[in-house]
Design a protein around this ligand. Structure first.
Ligand code: ADP
Ligand code: MG
Length: 622
């Protein structure tokens, strides 16, 4: 029989280190958070060998007096909590009093620190948790801590971490994320003596983000500002076209603390629904502030996970704040042909400028017809285009402003009416006023706006128009339309099983099938509005979708999948020739959508060439 013993403190610390100290980056996270809690405004980190050889963190915070400095390495020694009640509303990053003893247990530490009002500081040297030396030293106010030979006495852990380059990457990542949480603090990271990262610490989040992700990305970010009694949300989100293939450019802070929370990230991404291509992820830096009593941070040793008291409500507000931000901005990528990448974004001018539409001939009624053709269901009131007017288009810039002053009042009033009628926000007010010029390759519509040239992908644009029309229909079923000649469909065993399990769901979507013996079926009806020749193919696509997404599929996602297919199949194609009124109707319908800037698969519908860009290409400016 075994005998229960109480572990000595040294062993207990080594075990705790297994939880808190996973790798150099986690050591740095703890040390930097201590510096922040100590009120530092300047935090300098240096690493060698990816942090395995050495780490140093110096700060200009409060420092410690000699008694506290020694106590800090005792287990559960903290200055941040006085009793258990404090756990209900934690405002500091640390509170467990576990980090320093855990780190000390698995490394060789040198600490020097001095607090305000003390002439001398204290230096402490610890190896494997044992204090080897402590004594007075001269040092600036603040704390300097050096962690050498991390995991020297835990070879099993060390073996897992042999690549300094990848460890340095983790370090840089965690410092970036913490830094974006504290734009008022200047952070610096030196890797092997070279500056890898430096934030300005001027309190401006966008400057901080730009110093980390670069100014090209920072220019494509939209500011989020959202406040309710329960929650305030602020920060920046990327326009859909600056998406990334991973979620690495997503950071969430709850009450200042950087957290990894899938529920929150998913809520943000869901606000980008249908605006991102498959496998792409949005960029965001979002700060959520709420009553600390609603957030339990004491659920994970590294404190990167939280438990929310009102998850649904918080999720709702996050989604809404992001959605509102997206719909109130013009999300058109600017081209930069000379650098061959999307670049600067102009301020939103959608609501304060207006140019007139029309060709000066009586195309109004013809246009109206085409609108109806294109949109299947006629759209809600025109907001920016008055089709019965027959204005003359004049390209001279001076006259824009005259017209603007005449029309701006109507425009604002109409826009307001539109918004009142549909309480969901739309992008109508951000869409540029365009004059249609023509078609290139029977595929792209060329248009002129106040600020340069626009190209519109006619298929993508029409797809979005149809998608929003279909999606706005209230009913959750799709009417079936009988085929004149039923089609025979031969399925595999697996497909037959899926079909049999979901026959009612499919009937709700308009697919009516009849068993014909074995794995053969007759397709008798297809969704009304689906072009007939594509019925069988669409049905088989849907079955594939079923088998690939068996666990995540819902009635809603299934219906949407079908509506996207229907939008695609019904939309005008690339290489379809369009008349001038057709092009104009297409653009004017696009302009009225909730989200006109991407097709339902996330590809852009419209791109922009600035006048500056054109001037650069013609060498009018250098
Ligand atoms: P916690 O942060 O959970 O309190 P730690 O083990 O990280 O626990 O630190 C223990 C204590 O040491 C802290 O509560 C704080 O009083 C002190 N301390 C640690 N680092 C610093 C620092 N850089 N500046 C001032 N005080 C510090
Ligand atoms: Mg701490």
């Amino acid at each position: 029989m075994g005998k229960i013993i109480v572990l000595d403190e040294h062993t207990a610390n080594k075990i705790a280190a297994g939880e808190v100290v996973e790798r150099p980056a986690s050591v740095i996270k703890e040390l930097v958070e201590n510096s922040i809690d100590a009120g530092a405004t300047l935090i300098e980190v240096a690493i060698k060998g990816g942090g395995l050889t050495s780490i140093s963190v110096s700060d200009n915070g409060s420092g410690m007096d000699s008694q506290d400095a020694l106590l800090a390495f005792e287990r559960h020694a903290t200055s941040k909590l006085t009793n258990a009640d404090d756990l209900d509303g934690i405002a500091t990053l640390g509170f467990r009093g576990e980090a320093l003893p855990s780190i000390a247990a698995v490394s060789k530490i040198r600490l020097s620190t001095r607090s305000e009002g003390n002439n001398a500081g204290i230096q402490i040297i610890i190896e494997g948790g044992k204090i080897l030396h402590s004594g007075e030293t001269g040092c600036p106010k603040g704390t300097y801590i050096e962690v050498n030979d991390l995991f020297y006495n835990t070879p099993a852990r060390q073996k897992h971490l042999k690549n300094p380059t990848s460890e340095a990457g983790h370090v840089s990542d965690i410092i970036s994320r913490i830094a974006m949480g504290y734009p008022g603090i200047s952070f610096q990271l030196k890797n092997e003596g070279r500056i890898a990262l430096k934030t300005p610490g001027n309190g401006n989040l966008l400057d901080c983000v730009a110093s980390i992700y670069g100014t090209d990305l920072a220019k494509e970010l939209l500011k989020v500002e959202y406040n309710t009694d329960l929650i305030s949300i602020s920060g920046f989100i990327g326009k859909p076209f600056v998406s990334r293939s991973t979620r690495n450019h997503q950071s969430v802070y709850i009450n200042g603390r950087y957290v990894k929370d899938k529920i929150i990230s998913d809520a943000v991404e869901s606000a980008y629904h249908s605006m991102l291509m498959v496998g792409r992820h949005s960029v965001f830096i979002l700060k959520i502030n709420t009553n600390p009593k609603l957030v339990d941070v004491n659920v994970h040793p590294a404190k990167t996970k939280v438990r929310l008291a009102e998850p649904d409500e918080i999720e709702y507000h996050i989604r809404k704040s992001v959605k509102d931000t997206l719909t109130s901005h013009r999300l058109i990528p600017d081209t930069d042909l000379t650098n061959n990448k999307p670049v600067k974004s102009l301020p939103d001018t959608g609501t304060d400028k207006k140019i007139e539409k029309g060709m000066g001939t009586d195309t109004a009624s013809a246009t109206q017809e085409v609108i109806e053709q294109f949109s299947v269901q006629t759209f809600k009131p025109a907001t920016t285009f008055n089709l019965s007017e027959k204005p003359k288009y004049n390209i001279e810039k001076e006259s824009y402003d005259n017209r603007r002053s005449e029309n701006i009042h109507d425009y604002v009033r109409e826009t307001n009416e539109y918004h009142n009628m549909n309480d969901t926000k739309t992008s109508a007010s951000t869409f540029p006023e365009l004059r249609t010029i023509g078609q290139i390759d029977n595929t792209y519509i060329v248009a002129e706006g106040l600020d340069g040239m626009y190209l519109i992908d006619q298929h993508a644009a029409h797809e979005r128009i149809l998608y929003e029309t279909f999606m706005s229909r209230e009913q959750d079923y799709i009417a079936a339309e009988q085929l004149l000649f039923p089609e025979t469909i031969q399925l595999t065993n697996q497909e037959t099983q899926i079909l049999v399990d979901n026959i009612n769901k499919l009937a709700n979507l308009g697919f009516v099938l009849e068993h014909f013996g074995g794995n053969s079926f007759l397709l008798r009806a297809v969704p009304a509005g689906l072009p007939k020749p594509g019925g069988k193919e669409t049905f088989l696509d849907l079955l594939d979708y079923f088998s690939q997404n068996r666990y995540t599929i819902t009635d809603k996602t299934l219906k949407e999948k079908l509506l996207i297919t229907m939008s695609c199949k019904n939309a005008i194609k690339a290489h379809d020739r369009l008349t001038q009124p057709e092009m104009e109707a297409l653009i004017s319908n696009l302009a009225k959508l909730k989200q006109p800037y991407t097709c339902p698969h996330g590809r852009p519908t419209i791109i922009h060439f600035t006048i500056y860009e054109l001037e650069k290409m013609f060498k009018r400016v250098i």
